[in-house]
Design a protein around this ligand. Structure first.
Ligand code: FAD
Length: 302
């Protein structure tokens, strides 16, 4: 059996595994796709101490660092179920069952897609999901934010300070963001808010050049010329494979304490799959380290 088994091979899982292995304990990683969201990232400019890198390059360094510690990496394996008996048992999609004294869940999250024509085609070519990450790429340009909840309105406020103009498209008849955020948004001179807007398609040639939406009242179609579209309709944690033994928020995020412990003793969690306030590489690596140290504390007490 493992001392620490990590589920998920993104920055949180890699960091957790390295911290665990450095304690000299038997450590494994099960990952559906080693690298996680970082593999899908073009330019990374906020991984502190590295001025600029690319996702696949950072993943290669993560992998090299992990391999340096003799950690068992089981890539392209999806976890299906976990159960606590005398040990924690993790069942994989392929039927195998792995046993461990402690477990760290770091299965990350995925951006909810809007699912209109152009979204997939122009990903990283004008279609973006993370304003903290990609906002500066649109300096001086015109962008849209799809979604008028807290994350959409926060994104619009953030972007308004960088880009030339922001159009916020909300499907419902009013924004759902907190009042203070809405007030701030409406005070900005370079933001237009359009409600009752159903996005139809994102247009472009080699990159985005506009967005088409219909007014849900009049059914009229409108087109706005712009260079970027930020989709802000939610981040979904990859936690649907868990049962009630792991307590989660109503959004499905795993609830952790300051040691990274979940509601099931011996099971820890880190990164974007948890209820952490912000989702960033540097933050998920920090919480991975916390979960590994939490797991180590648990092991020496049990
Ligand atoms: P993830 O990176 O999502 O990794 C999850 C891991 O779990 C993967 O290995 C996945 O395959 C695996 N997994 C999922 N389900 C299972 C399962 N059932 N069984 C086994 N394995 C499973 N952050 C920044 O700081 N700077 C940026 O510039 C930046 N740009 C971004 C650009 C894009 C396009 C995206 C999508 C995100 C960006 N982010 C950026 C956010 C950052 O990538 C995430 O916050 C970070 O990757 C979260 O790390 P994680 O390890 O928690 O999860």
């Amino acid at each position: 059996p493992y001392d620490v088994l990590v589920v998920g091979g993104g920055p949180a899982g890699s960091s957790a595994a390295i911290y665990a292995a450095r304690k000299g304990i038997r450590t494994g990683i099960v990952a559906e796709r080693f690298g996680g969201q970082v593999l899908d990232t073009m330019s990374i400019e906020n991984f502190i101490s590295v001025k600029q890198t690319e996702g696949p390059k950072l993943v290669a360094s993560l992998e090299e660092h992990v391999k340096d510690y003799g950690i068992d990496v089981m890539n392209l394996q999806r976890a299906k179920r976990l159960e606590k008996k005398d040990m924690i048992e993790l069942e994989l999609e392929n039927g195998a069952v792995l046993k461990s004294k402690s477990l760290i869940i770091s299965t990350g999250a995925r951006w909810r897609n809007i699912g209109v024509p152009g979204e997939q085609e122009f990903k990283n070519k004008g279609v973006a999901y993370c304003p903290h990450c990609d906002g500066p790429l649109f300096e001086g340009k015109d962008v849209a934010v799809i979604g008028g909840g807290n994350s959409g309105v926060e994104a619009a406020i953030d972007l308004a300070g960088i880009v030339n103009h922001v159009t916020v498209l909300e499907f419902n008849s009013e924004l759902k963001a907190d009042d203070v955020l809405q007030k701030r948004l409406y005070s900005l001179p370079n933001v237009t808010v359009i409600t009752n807007a159903q996005t139809q398609k994102i247009t472009g040639t080699d990159k985005v050049n506009g967005i088409t939406y219909t007014d849900r009242d009049t059914h009229e179609e409108h087109h706005v010329e712009l260079q970027g579209v930020f989709v802000q309709i939610g981040l979904v944690p990859n936690t649907d494979w868990l049962d009630e033994s792991i307590e989660r928020t109503r959004f499905g995020e795993i609830i952790v304490d300051k040691h990274g412990s979940t509601s099931l003793p011996g099971v820890f969690a880190a990164g974007d799959c948890t209820d952490s306030a912000y989702n960033q590489i540097i933050i998920s690596m920090g919480s991975g380290a916390t979960a590994a140290l939490g797991a180590f504390d648990y092991l020496i007490r049990n």
